[in-house]
Design a protein around this ligand. Structure first.
Ligand SMILES: [Fe+2]
Ligand SMILES: [Fe+2]
Length: 211
C-alpha cells in the first residue's frame, strides 16, 4: 500500500470536514492520524515483532470515522471505505480495513474479535483522553458560549462517572494503564483549573514556602 497516497486521500476527504458542531474542522482527520499511531504503539507492546497489519490499521484509522454523523458510523464507514480505497488497495486489504472500521464502535469484549480489532478499538478510545480530552472540552464550552465555571462543574460532577464507564470498555491491561495515566493528568489539570477559575492561586502555600 502507498501509505502517503492514502494519507493524502484522507486529508482530501476529511481535513476540511466539520463532523461535529462543537469540534474544529478537520478533527476526524487529525484524530484518525493519531489513532493509527496509537494502534501501532499498542501493537508493538502486545504483539512485538508482528508488524504485518500495521499498514492496515493505519489506513483503517485514517477513515474509521469517515461516516461520523450517519449512525452507526462504523458500519456505514466500512461500506464507504471500500469505494474510497478501491484504486489504492487490493480487495483483500480493503476487506481487512473495512472489518476494523466496522467493529471499532462495537466494544463488547467479545473473545471472538481478533487482537487487531481489540487494539484498534482501544487506540480509538485512548485518543479521546489526556490533553485531547481537554482540547475537546474547551472546544465544546467555547462552542456553547459558556463560562469556564461550566467546564469546572463538568469535571467535578460528571467526569469520574464518564471515565469509569469508558474504562470498562477497554480490552487490554496496557490500555488501562495508559488510560489511567491520562485520567490522572486530566484530574490534576481540572483541579488547578477549579482554583484558578475561582481567582485562587494554585498551591500558593507551597510556592511561598520555597521562596
Ligand atoms: Fe468512531
Ligand atoms: Fe474515532
Amino acid at each position: 500500500m502507498n501509505m502517503e497516497a492514502i494519507r493524502e486521500l484522507a486529508c482530501k476527504h476529511l481535513a476540511d470536514r466539520k463532523a461535529h458542531r462543537e469540534r474544529e474542522k478537520g478533527f476526524i482527520f487529525y484524530h484518525g492520524e493519531r489513532v493509527g499511531k496509537i494502534a501501532v504503539a499498542l501493537r508493538e507492546i502486545l504483539l512485538p515483532g508482528n508488524s504485518a497489519k500495521d499498514e492496515i490499521m493505519k489506513a483503517a484509522a485514517h477513515f474509521h470515522d469517515v461516516a461520523k454523523g450517519i449512525e452507526p458510523h462504523g458500519e456505514y464507514g466500512a461500506v464507504l471505505v471500500k469505494e474510497i480505497l478501491k484504486d489504492h488497495c487490493s480487495s483483500h486489504e480493503i476487506d481487512e480495513i473495512a472489518e476494523l472500521i466496522f467493529y471499532h464502535q462495537k466494544r463488547k469484549k467479545d473473545p471472538d474479535y481478533s487482537e487487531f480489532i481489540k487494539i484498534f478499538q482501544d487506540a480509538d478510545m485512548l485518543d479521546h483522553y489526556g490533553t485531547i480530552e481537554i482540547w475537546m472540552n474547551f472546544h465544546y464550552y467555547a462552542y456553547m458560549d459558556q463560562p469556564i465555571g461550566e467546564s469546572v462543574k463538568f469535571y467535578k460532577e460528571h467526569f469520574d462517572q464518564h471515565a469509569a464507564d469508558m474504562k470498562n470498555l477497554l480490552n487490554f491491561d496496557v490500555s488501562l494503564a495508559i488510560f489511567e495515566d491520562k485520567i490522572r493528568f486530566i484530574k490534576s489539570f481540572a483541579d488547578r483549573m477549579s482554583c484558578e477559575a475561582n481567582g485562587e492561586i494554585y498551591q500558593l502555600q507551597k510556592i511561598t514556602e520555597t521562596t
